[in-house]
Design a protein. Sequence first.
Length: 374
Amino acid sequence: MLTVLVLLPAAGLFLRVLQENSKQRDNVQLEQDGVEYLNALSPLISALAESQSSALQGVAAEPASVTAAVARVQGVDDRFGQELGARTRWTDLKAKIAALPKIKGTDDKVFTAHVEVADLTIALFTTVQENSTLSRDPDADISFLQSVVADKMPRAVTAVSRMSDLANMAAAATGSAKTTLNTKFGYQALLVQDSVGDLTDRLQEAVDDTSSNTLSGNLVSNLDSFRRGIEAANRGANLGSTKGPNVSTLVTAQSTLQTALSALSGVILKEISGLLDDRSGSLTYKRIEAFVLFGIAIVLIVVATLWTRGRAREVQTGFTEQPGETSRDVSVQVSGGGNAPVGNPYGGGPYDSVPNYGEAPNYGGGRERSGALR
C-alpha cells in the first residue's frame, strides 16, 4: 500500500511533464512546417511583382518565375496546407494567378487584378504565420525574425513593385488620371519607408536578443543589399520634387530589391529553422531525462519496498516464541541428589525442616525448654 501511495503521485507528475513536453514538441514541429511554407511563398511574391510589370508592358504569357513559384507552393501545400489552415486560401489564390494572363483591357484593369492577387498572397503569409504559431513564439529573436519575413518584407517588395508600375502608368497618363496615379504612387512610397523602417528595427532587435552565433554575420551583407534596393527606390520616387518619379531608377531598384529579398528571406528562414532545431533537441533531451528519472524513481521505490519488507520479517521473527519458553522446569535439586518437595524449598533432610508458624523449634529431641526460659 505504501508503495502504491508513493508511486501514484510520481507517475502522475511524470505524465504531466511528458504531456507538456509532447505539447511543446508538437508546437515546434508546427512552426517548422510554417517556416517551410513561408520559404516557398517568398519567391512567389517576387514572381507576382514581375508578372505585374510584364503584363502592364503588354506581355500576356505567364512568366516562368510565376510557374515555378506556384509549383513550389503547391508542393508544400500538399504536405502542410491542411494542418496550417492554408489550403482553402491557396486554392483560391492559385485560381486567380492562373487567370491573370487572360485579363485584357486597360492598364488600370490589369493593375487592379494584380493588386488583388498580391493582397491575397500577403494574406496567405499572415495565415501561415498565425496558424503555425510563429507569430506567438516565446523567444524574442524568432518572434522578430518571423515578423520580418512573413509581414514586413512581402509588403515592402509589393509596395516597391507598385511604385515602379504606377510611375510608368502616370508618365503615360494625363489630366485627373495622372493626378490620381501620382497620389497612389505617393501612398506606396510612404508604405515602403514605413515597412523598411520597421524591418530594420526588428532585425536589430533580433540580433540583440538572439542566442545564434551566426545571425548577425549572415544578416549584414544581405541586409545591406536590401537597403540599397530600397534607397534606390526612394531616389527614383523623387518625393517632393516637381520632376516626378524616375522610372528607370525605379525599375532598377525593383530588380535589385527582388534579388536582395530572395537572399535575405533565405537567410532569415534558415536562422529560424536552426533556432527551432535547437529547441527541438533540447525538448528531446528533457524527454529522455524525464524517462530516466522516472525509471530511477521506480527502481528506488521497489528497492525500498523490498528492504522494508525484509526488515519487517526480521522483526517479526525476533518476536516469535521459541520452543520450551512457555514450559520451563523450575524444580530445584536438593543436596541429597533428589528433588525437593514443592512445599519445602529448603531441602529434604531432617535438619532442613522449617517449623510451622507459631511453633517453637524442637532442639532437645522433643523436650520443651525449662520454665526459666519460658
